[in-house]
Design a protein around this ligand. Structure first.
Ligand SMILES: N[C@@H](CCC(=O)N[C@@H](CS)C(=O)NCC(=O)O)C(=O)O
Length: 220
């Protein structure tokens, strides 16, 4: 079913990237001692602003997806931060923790960014409305949890926030509450999205293949 609908899904994802004026283009990789950690969900317009900032800096982030109804990382954030509000950033390298998408975007740029903010982040409320519309364009993908089996080790995903095909993969990872190490910087010589699963030693490339693999391996 997904394969038949994929061209439409991909077009809608392209439209979401256009609506965000291409924000979330990845530069070269920025190495940190430890990966940053973000609690968020794909269908959250504020989380998109944080993800775009991550992607624009090129830092590696351990993504802990918290879709609505999720049981894996939502309760964990409530315990750590005190409330279920997304996005939430932890930077173990500087011992920094924060809520608020605008603060997270500012922190990432000031700490790791080599270039300016994406245009859409300068637009204030218009930028936020465009992010809300992008959620609608994605038909609320990456908003609600679906049952899955938790992998033992976090998966690894290559692909930027701007990439329409990567978004389609991230939505499923989010709905399945699968923790993954997100590397938004370009993959040297390889195609994105690319998923590496250290639990099965398998590598998958392309949104359709990756989604099929995730369903076959981790559906409950
Ligand atoms: N001002 C905050 C707003 C964040 C916010 O309202 N996030 C929503 C999701 S889009 C949330 O946490 N809702 C609670 C929930 O999903 O349970 C920001 O910019 O980060």
């Amino acid at each position: 079913m997904m394969s038949i609908l994929y061209p439409l899904n991909w077009l809608l994802s392209c439209a979401a990237s256009v609506l965000r004026l291409g924000a979330g283009t990845a530069p070269d990789r920025v190495l940190t001692d430890k990966p940053l950690i973000i609690y968020e969900f794909e269908g959250c317009p504020f989380c998109r602003i944080a993800r775009e900032a991550v992607s624009e800096t090129g830092v590696t982030v351990l993504m802990r997806p918290c879709p609505k109804g999720g049981q894996r990382f939502r309760p964990e954030l409530k315990e750590i931060g005190g409330k279920a509000q997304f996005p939430y950033l932890i930077d173990p390298n500087t011992d920094t923790r924060m809520y608020e998408s605008a603060d997270i975007a500012r922190y990432l740029k000031e700490t790791y960014g080599k270039r300016g903010r994406p245009i859409v982040h300068w637009l204030g409320p218009i930028g936020q409305i465009s992010s809300q519309f992008a959620v609608l364009l994605r038909l609320m993908g990456g908003t609600f949890a679906r049952q899955s089996v938790a992998p033992r080790k976090a998966l690894e995903l290559y692909g930027s926030e701007r990439s329409p095909a990567t978004r389609i993969v991230k939505e499923l990872l989010c709905e399945m509450e699968i923790e993954y190490l997100w590397q938004p910087a370009p993959l040297a010589g390889g195609r994105v999205p690319q998923l590496i699963d250290p639990n099965t030693n398998k590598t998958q490339t392309g949104a359709v293949n990756i989604r099929r693999y995730l369903r076959e391996t981790y559906s409950a």
